[in-house]
Design a binder for this molecule. Structure first.
Ligand SMILES: Cc1cc2nc3c(=O)[nH]c(=O)nc-3n(C[C@H](O)[C@H](O)[C@H](O)COP(=O)(O)OP(=O)(O)OC[C@H]3O[C@@H](n4cnc5c(N)ncnc54)[C@H](O)[C@@H]3O)c2cc1C
Length: 296
């Protein structure tokens, strides 16, 4: 990382070296690394051009709600914090272009206030718009991909491209248009008209999530993707693997597809626990669940 420390100061980019990255993911595993907080697209583009020049690897962190950072030594993590003006919603438009860093929580509050039909699909999902598009985040009410009209992407080569979404753009917890090193800058998200009952739907779904998911512990959301006819959490529960793991890192007792950091857990320990858990699941059920959480 010495090359990185030679970087000149870039406007709107706050570079932090050798910091504890714990606060940048929701599972809060201690790990030392380097992070750049970018508050403008211009600053981000300049940073990417420097990183390309020096051949330094980088990786995006949204809210860090679905990722675990393990290999931090030779990477610069990048977090976006672009300005967001809520006045954009004071129009009759059905489509809004929003920065990738806006939080889904903010959008849910707006959906309740403005009665936006369709925005209930991301109720209670912690994350940024960019991270949610990357993951095609969703609930049993639907997926965010169905609301995305287009995405502005800073490609690895430094060009900015507007990508128009189609029916082929998203799959279950997956997007089909980002390549390694691409960064979502902003997206056009639509709503499907107005629904007076939306606030009630969101409130009821939030209460359901509170009852069924460990929302107040340190975790990284669903660890495994479901198979078409087999839910990962149900399978892990039936096998009897709730609580599986170490003193620090173990399968949640509330929802078996969540792994919690109960104390001083490290990223390396998390990796060991998920590898062992995968083996146990396969040994007992024969199923191979693909990881949903991104282990970087
Ligand atoms: C308690 C809890 C409950 C959850 N419940 C759900 C749920 O019901 N449904 C669901 O789908 N998910 C759920 N999750 C997982 C998580 O909230 C979602 O996947 C969310 O969309 C992640 O957004 P993020 O901003 O945190 O992305 P991160 O976790 O930071 O990143 C996810 C991926 O997106 C990439 N990325 C992030 N921002 C950008 C960008 N601007 N450009 C390019 N790539 C980017 C990252 O590099 C990474 O590969 C839950 C998580 C928690 C902790």
């Amino acid at each position: 990382m010495d090359k990185l420390k030679k970087l000149v100061k870039i406007q709107d980019v706050n570079l932090r070296f050798d910091v504890n990255l714990e606060r940048y993911t929701t599972i809060k595993l201690a790990k030392t690394g380097h992070i750049a907080i970018c508050t403008s697209e211009k600053g981000l583009r300049e940073l990417i051009s420097h990183l390309k020049h020096y051949e330094i690897k980088y990786h995006l962190v949204g809210w860090g709600a679905n990722q675990v950072l393990v290999n931090c030594d030779k990477t610069l993590f990048i977090k976006l914090d672009f300005p967001f003006d809520k006045n954009i919603f004071n129009t009759d438009s059905h489509i809004f272009e929003l920065p990738a860093s806006v939080s889904l929580g903010q959008l849910t509050s707006i959906a309740m206030k403005k009665k936006f039909k369709g925005w209930e699909v991301f109720t209670g999902i912690p994350g940024s718009l960019g991270g949610a598009i990357c993951m095609n985040a969703g609930t049993s009410l639907g997926e965010i991909g169905n609301l995305i009209e287009s995405v502005r992407v800073l490609r690895k080569n430094g060009s900015v491209e507007s990508y128009k979404c189609t029916n082929e753009s998203f799959k279950y917890r997956h997007n089909c248009f980002l390549n390694s090193g691409d960064i979502i800058l902003s997206a056009k998200i639509k709503h499907n008209g107005y629904d007076e009952t939306i606030e009630q739907t969101i409130k009821e779904y939030l209460a359901y999530r509170k009852d069924t998911q460990p929302l107040t512990t340190k975790n990284c959301g669903s660890v495994f993707k479901n198979l078409p006819h087999h839910k990962a959490g149900v399978t892990i529960d039936i096998i009897g693997l709730k609580g599986f793991g170490t003193k620090n890192i173990s399968v949640s007792m509330k929802h078996a597809n969540f792994i919690e950091n109960k104390g001083e857990g490290s990223a390396a320990e998390f990796k060991v626990v998920i590898d062992l858990l995968k083996q146990e699941i396969e040994r007992h059920s024969g199923f191979q669940f693909e990881l949903e959480v991104k282990v970087y």
